[in-house]
Design a protein around this ligand. Structure first.
Ligand SMILES: [Zn+2]
Length: 296
């Protein structure tokens, strides 16, 4: 396995990537663009013109990056569904867009696990929730703790983390779901991905939320207590970050955290470059998609 290091080293605490990111050329061994959304809440279908503007602009943006870059991952950090205006075709839309994986958000349970399992069966996309045990539910064979993608010989482990369902998913909609501690689970899965499955990069799709005033686990609490997670792509708190931030983990290694607002107003983009066995962050930004046409 190649030695992995993030070239950009930052001090303790959360630090924005800032404008000083060197514009690396992409002539190196291998480059990867990670595009991501979170908390879309079904705002790509229905009657509102703004939803269609987002759907069209998101598709054009993803297509453009796929033309420019040899390797692209398209990911989502949960809450894709919106039961109030949905035709129930969210996962068909995701499948059409070519999403590589998504984490289960609390609202993805809004129409019940049977409906979700039927959508997932029709539109197989890796649905991830490492800290939800679903053995006694209709989702047992459809939701996995992690998914491994190979791009140009690199192994990329992607895991999902769900928010505490207590207070966020009505009991009737989550019969049989057993919630386990996200931090312990994440560290256990991450070490498995790095050591047992020889992943060069571990991405955590987290629906825990960016930050809370109380002690509740969030991405800002997870990152410094984690090991072997390189990137956290989050959702749930509808947090608009202009660009990813960096927090050092338990071993003093940098973890990139990004959130892309909600409703498709932003699409996250993290460009990585592998060269000489190291991983460089070449670009990190959140791109406005259709915001000028948006009506809440
Ligand atoms: Zn949520």
């Amino acid at each position: 396995m190649q030695r992995r290091t993030f070239i950009h080293q930052f001090g303790l605490g959360a630090v924005a990537l800032g404008t000083g990111i060197p514009q690396l050329d992409f002539s190196g061994d291998f480059s990867l663009s990670i595009l991501h959304t979170n908390d879309l809440h079904g705002r790509f279908e229905g009657n509102k013109a703004a939803y269609h503007v987002f759907a069209q602009q998101a598709r054009q943006f993803v297509q453009k990056i796929r033309q420019e870059q040899a390797h692209v991952l398209l990911l989502d950090a949960g809450d894709v569904l919106n039961p109030s205006n949905s035709k129930g075709e969210e996962l068909a839309w995701m499948k059409g867009m070519g999403y590589d994986a998504f984490a289960l958000g609390n609202h993805d349970f809004d129409r019940g696990m049977q409906d979700l399992s039927s959508q997932l069966s029709k539109n197989p996309i890796p649905a991830l929730a490492a800290n939800y045990q679903l053995a006694d539910t209709p989702l047992v064979k459809l939701v996995k703790p992690y998914h491994i993608v190979e791009k140009a010989g690199q192994r990329i482990g992607i895991m999902g983390l769900g928010v505490n369902p207590e207070g966020s998913i009505p009991q009737l909609l989550r019969e049989g779901l057993v919630y386990t501690d996200p931090l312990a689970t994440a560290n256990q899965v991450a070490v498995e991905l790095k050591e047992k499955h020889a992943c060069n990069l571990v991405i955590c799709l987290s629906h825990l939320g960016y930050h809370y005033k109380d002690e509740q686990i969030s991405d800002l609490k997870l990152a410094p207590q984690s090991r072997h997670i390189d990137i956290i792509i989050g959702g749930h708190t509808h947090t608009f970050l202009p660009e990813p931030i960096v927090v050092n983990n338990l071993d003093g290694k940098p973890v990139l955290i990004n959130h892309a607002g909600w409703g498709g107003l932003l699409m996250g983009r993290i460009d990585l470059q592998y060269s000489n066995g190291a991983i460089r962050v070449a670009k990190g930004e959140n791109v406005a998609i259709g915001a000028q046409n948006w009506a809440a």
